[in-house]
Ligand binder design. Sequence first.
Ligand code: PNW
Length: 463
Amino acid sequence: VASGQPDPIDSLPADFRWGVATSSYQIEGAVAEDGRTASIWDTFCRVPGAVHNGDHGDIACDHYHRMPADVALMRDLDVDTYRFSVAWPRVQPGGRGPVNPAGLAFYDRLVDELLAKGIDPWVTLYHWDLPQELEDAGGWPVRDTAYRFADYSMLVFDQLSDRVRTWTTLNEPWCSAMLGYAYGRHAPGKRDFEAGMHAVHHLLLGHGLATQRMRAAASGPVDLGITLNMSTSTAASESEADLNAARRADGLGVRIYLDPLVHGRYPQDIVADLAARNIELPVRDGDLEIISTPMDVLGVNYYFSTQHSGVDEQGRTEDADGLPVDREVPFGRPRTAMDWEIVPEGFTELLVRLGRDYPGLPMVITENGSAFDDKPDESGFVADDDRVDYFASHIGAVARARQQGADIRGYFAWSLLDNFEWAYGYDKRFGIVRVDYDTQVRTPKRSALWYRDTIRRVRNAGS
Ligand code: PNW
């Protein structure tokens, strides 16, 4: 924000929802306690070379044993919402059959602890920890997994919906399908593009089935939705090849999810691109009606934006397999420790565009944040001004999108704690609270104090 200019953050309304987010496998640890069985991430972490440094979630932030203290930490930050995920293999070991009361009891205690501290619980039913047995039966590329997910969702909904109002079915199906099944960078580590596309459809089907059943079972008001990770995909030039590369990136990153969810149809251009590769989405009669079951809220996760060219460095438009080139062209911006370029105006552009293309669907930013190379002092305090700048510019970007008409109701920082950053292990730290993994001591970083003060300011003085 240039000096003298009003900070766009001050245009946010006093009733804007402020939260922090985490996910089960990234923080809980206690992977063999109270009847939990293995998830695909427990398995993947044991594959040599799959995860940086051979890290795994066996202990993570030990949140399973430190939950009340972590909720107290949230209270001190003055957030009004906590977004967490439920570990499927705790609640329904093996992914089928009856509920495991001991596993579900953890989330029951968590919800009660949050409510006692005046914090709204916001449940994500699936943040990537698929029970290994379901992967052994084919995982998300097979249709049955969608039905298993809906059954599991109802076990959780039946137990917690008397106290939890907001339910997110899936976190970032793009990551599950593409990183997990097409590119092999996440669990279960498959490299098969067609399997990835089948996973896309079955994830969406699982979302729709679960949404229908929760809606039918609800005895009071509920807010149901899904969370997608999205970016603005810009063409590096006005050339046809570059415009096409950006179109494809947007099609596979945004429209292949939101078009069926909101409009009940897959995007024709992407269906045609897939057909040219002899790939068909495994759609059966009635699936699109299920997938487009009305939602109450769209969760948006944003980290970066990208620029695309359809021409490689040698001037070719096709790769060795005869597929169209998609080359990422840097904007030339500073990057986070993830090597992601910092592009806050891509966030504004994305949100304004989502509001136009998918009208009538309120949005909440369910994740936004950054990893930087934190340098704690002797006391463990991190003066993370780079992370403060990231938050300030991106919350400002959200405020600008609202001023341009996007219906955005809240913002959740990723993440409350430093945690297990998937294939990057513990090396990449996204927390606003530092975790010392030797002692499990938590120390709020400067960004946590900045976030707390920003929440208080907007709540007291917001429009
Ligand atoms: C999200 N990408 O993952 C997840 O929801 C979080 O669990 C994770 O910790 C956070 O973002 C930070 O990475 C993503 O490659 C992983 O575009 C990869 C990508 C995007 C989001």
